[in-house]
Design a protein around this ligand. Structure first.
Ligand SMILES: [Fe+2]
Ligand SMILES: [Fe+2]
Length: 268
């Protein structure tokens, strides 16, 4: 099983200054081309939130046209920049999205159970799950205790050291981590939101965040850390699972690099 995780596409309409600065649609188009033509063609793609930038319908229309280019199934998760009602409306064919309530769902049919959680807090930058969603997660993990599970959600359940981003983190991360710690079948928690690749143990499980296909958050750690964006290269994560190797993650750049040498060229 090979899963590509792309995150924080932040699609905006063409006339906006945001688009002129970041060109998020062009960058997502390039990421899709890269995924489709990669040596490592994934079985599934997950877009882990902040799909669009301002919660507008036109942005979802652009996103819809773009992701039609993926040559494999795509699953959408909301982030803080998303509008869940509009997302549901513009993607009625994404029938894994529940018809009402929070956008939590399970993707079945693969060796690992894939659980997707909605951390959107209706127009606020912070993330929140709440008791009902945490109960649902608890039940999902308890219902198949011997099956390994991965959890996708937008906001990571830990402090990143990026002070301004931590100010818009997951409000009930401790309650989330308590649940994860109670179950021994959680293989990984996979997030977006911080536009950087970060790893941390939380609730006894490795949590990872995925860089953005558009722009990255400036790396400035500590209390005085300034919030900014940088044009570091767009990246995405490839989560690979085999019975023998287990679950592991590679980072890939959205760029075609020249191959310097392969074994079939002979010994140099
Ligand atoms: Fe984002
Ligand atoms: Fe976000």
């Amino acid at each position: 099983m090979l899963i590509a995780q792309l995150s924080d596409c932040h699609i905006a309409t063409p006339e906006e200054d945001f688009t002129k600065l970041y060109q998020p649609a062009d960058r997502l188009r390039e990421a899709i081309r890269h995924v489709n033509t990669s040596l490592n063609r994934p079985d599934l793609v997950f877009l882990t939130g902040d799909l669009i930038n301002s919660g507008k319908r036109e942005e979802y229309d652009i996103l819809r046209d773009l992701i039609a280019g993926f040559e494999m199934p795509v699953y959408l998760l909301p982030g803080n920049h998303d509008n869940c009602a509009l997302l549901r409306e513009v993607f009625p064919d994404h029938d894994y999205l529940p018809p009402s309530g929070d956008l939590n769902y399970v993707v079945d049919g693969w060796p690992l159970k894939i659980i997707c959680l909605d951390t959107n807090l209706h127009g606020k930058p912070e993330g929140f799950l709440g008791e009902a969603q945490l109960d649902w997660l608890d039940q999902q993990l308890a219902s198949e205790p011997t099956r390994r599970a991965v959890i996708f959600m937008h906001h990571p359940p830990f402090l990143t050291g990026l002070a301004k981003m931590d100010g818009m983190g997951l409000l009930d991360r401790e309650a989330f981590n308590d649940i994860i710690a109670r179950h021994d079948n959680v293989e990984r928690v996979l997030c977006g939101h911080v536009h950087r690749a970060i790893q941390k143990l939380a609730g006894g499980t490795l949590v990872q965040t995925c860089p953005s296909t558009s722009h990255q958050i400036m790396l400035h750690l500590g209390e005085k850390g300034e919030l900014g964006t940088v044009f570091e290269p767009p990246e995405y994560l490839l989560h690979y699972w085999t019975e023998e190797a287990g679950f592991l993650t590679h980072t890939d750049y959205v760029k075609d690099y020249d191959i310097a040498w392969t074994l079939k060229d002979g010994v140099k």
